[in-house]
Each structure stands twice: as C-alpha cells, then as structure tokens.
Design a protein. Sequence first.
Length: 466
Amino acid sequence: MKAIVANLALALMIIRGVSRAPNSLRRTPQWATAPYSPMIHLTPKFLHRPWRALPGFLALLLAFSSLRSAEPAPAFALHDGDRVVFYGDSITQDGGYAAVVEAYCRDRFPTWDLRFYNSGVGGDTVKGGGSGEIGVRIDRDVVRLKPTVVTVMLGMNDGRYRKLEPETLAAFTDGYRSIVKRIKDALPGVRIYLIRSSPFDDVARPPNFEGGYMEVLRQMGESVAEIGREQQLPVVDFGSVVALGIGSVFRKDPDLARLLLPDRVHPSPAGHIVMGAALLRAWQAPALVSRVQIDAHSLSVVAAENASVSALVVSDGVVKWTELDSSLPLPLDFADANTDLAQLAGADLDSINSEPLVISGLRPGRYELRIDDQLVGVFLDSDLAKGVNLARYNTPMRWQAYQVRWAATGGHEVQRLERHLLFTAAGDPGAISAAAFLSAAEEKDQSSRSRPALPKERHFALLPLP
C-alpha cells in the first residue's frame, strides 16, 4: 500500500514538472466557439483523445489591489462556491466541452472558489456501464463529490446504433428519469442541467439505415426535453447545435465538415468548443472580459469596464498606459485550424469572449500595439477608433489564461485515474488508499487552480509606424 501511494506521489510530481515544460515543447490545446445560441427549455464527440496537457499552475499568488473580478450578470448560472459535476459517457469523458466551461469560469472569475469534476465514462448508458451499474456510478461519481451543479448528457450508446424500437426508447426514458430522481433525492437543492446528446453524423455522411441514427438521437432528445418539462429543469440541446454546424460547413466543404465528428460519434476539438460555448451561452455567461476606451487627443480615459487604467501618457504620437483587468479571455488561438473550423461551423465566440480596446483621437496612420513589449498587432487609426477585440489576438493575457487551461485538463486525468482505482480494485486497501491520496491531491489543486488568472498589471504602448 505504501509503495502504491509513494509511486502515485512521484507520478504527480513528474506530471507537474512536465506541465511546466516550455511552450515550444508542447502544443497548446485549441478550441473554438459555438454556433448560434442553443435551444434551452426552462419548463422545461473526438477521434482525437483529450489534450494531454497535464496539471500545472502557478504556485505564487500574484499581489493585487482591492480590485475584484468582474461580477457576473444576475442570470449567470454559476456562483462563487459552486461544485460542478459533468456526468455522461465518452463524449463527456473526452473532456473538451467541460474544459471549455471550466477555463471560462476560472479565467473570468479568478477570485471565486470553484470546483469542477468530469464524471464521464466511455460506453455508459442510463443503466451505467463498464465502470459500474447506475447506482454505483451516481453514488461514487456524483453524490460523493457533493456538487451544487450537475449536468447530465447520455443517449449516444442507449440507442444501440440502430433503428429505434419502442422498448428501447421506453428504457432510456425510464432510466434517465431514474437518474434525475437519484440525484435530486441524494442532493437536495442541487441545480441539474439536462443535455440532449451531441449528434451522430448523418449530415456529412450517408445514414447507415433509413432515417439514420441522428434521428434516433433526436427522438431520444425529445424524451430528455419532456423530462425537463416534468421536473422543471433546463435542457440544453447539443444535438441541434452541432448538426447545424456540420450542415453549414458541409455546404462549403464536405471533407472539412466531416472533421467535426471524425468517427461520426465523438466531436473533434472544434466540435467540443461548439458544445462548450453553447452550454456557456445557455448559462447566460457574460460576454465581457474587459472594455477600455481612451481618447488620445484629450488624454482621457473615456471608459474602463472590468479594468482600471493609470499612467496614461501621450508623447510624439506614442500612447502609453498601465492596465489592470479583473478577468482574462479564453485561451483560444484564432490562427489555429480547430478554431477556424468551429468558426466556419457558425461560431459566435465574441458572444462569450469580448475584450474591446477603443482608441480615438489618433493621427491618421498605422499603429503598432505592444503589451508588456510583446507585439500584438498593427492597426489603422480607423480600426482602433471602431474598437479591436483583443481576445482574438495573441496577448500576454491569453498566455496567462493558458495556465488555467493546462491545469484543468490534467485535473480531469487525475479524476479518471481515481475512478478507475475505485472500480477495478474495489475492496483492495492499497487501491483505496491510493485513490484517497489522488482525491486529496486533486481537491487541494482545485482550491488553487484559479490563481494563475488573478489580476496582473499590463503595460500597453501604441506606437505610430512610418
């Protein structure tokens, strides 16, 4: 038993060391945004495995003034102190859409105490699966974590990849309803969000049988929506969002459209961003990261939302200032192929990732924007007067946000290993101790996982070019 625990401790130390490798030695995980707002009822997938970035976070707590993180819009679904469990099958286990949501929340509200747990297991149905029958799964992978928020997405495996029989639909509906009851009974007051499954690709490829499996999932999704109406739970529709995205891309490039669901079942990184952004919009996630407006002619700060501006100076056409933003943009590279694909699928990333910088009163010409002496881009005075969304550019703020993204991905891997130990070695004292060690380590990491996103002063310089 001691050997198991010691080896796990060593493994975690190695993992953390690897996660701090220079950026040039690892590929930055990329994801993009979702198309139009998802269907949500109030009366109511990824040939590529999850990004293998491993836990890594800044141990140093950045000093900052009394400036607090941006207060969310009143309707935002999550709050300070929330514990969120994503429950589902392999599509959830892949980690993509859950990581998008976690990164957004930690980067946007770095002073909040938030916990996120990925409880997806490949092959699962409403009856459970290879990691335990449904009673075991709910008790171990949901209730034990004491969540305040739970999302549930199932259905892909329940339809058995064939024509829908009445008894199959009935079994799915009864099983899904039972899951909701189990969670509500065990966790009074928990906020549950039901998710209609992402689709099977019968858009960019011909169906395997008359009507196709996507239609089967749509009918099962109607059952989920009906349960939502019965229980007065919100229902978010991933199926329609992703299917419409595939159709939009297919009309322009059929081969590219097939990359959204490479094996017809599991979303690619771009597909996961479609779903993650859709869930955030359904949760009424605030779009604004920060907004700064400066009049260079009058040497004045016209507006500063979720930010403070100081030391504004204009000399020989050069504009300089110091800025302290209370939140960060999503770690998304708009030059990345996955981001581009998600945008082609109807993405509206600005709806959750807006960081406008507006500079008026400039002399006509081109200007080079630098932040902490890092070149961000070259802009016309007219573009700056209209406003530039810095969230679309490679800025020091984006790289700061990546620290949170990498740590979140690694945390999901630790949670998966813990669950594997608890199931495969049930009753083994050594395995139980090892799982407890992992759980304690992950819980400790979660308590500090938002620290890299804490406010940090940035020095801006806008220089005229010849």
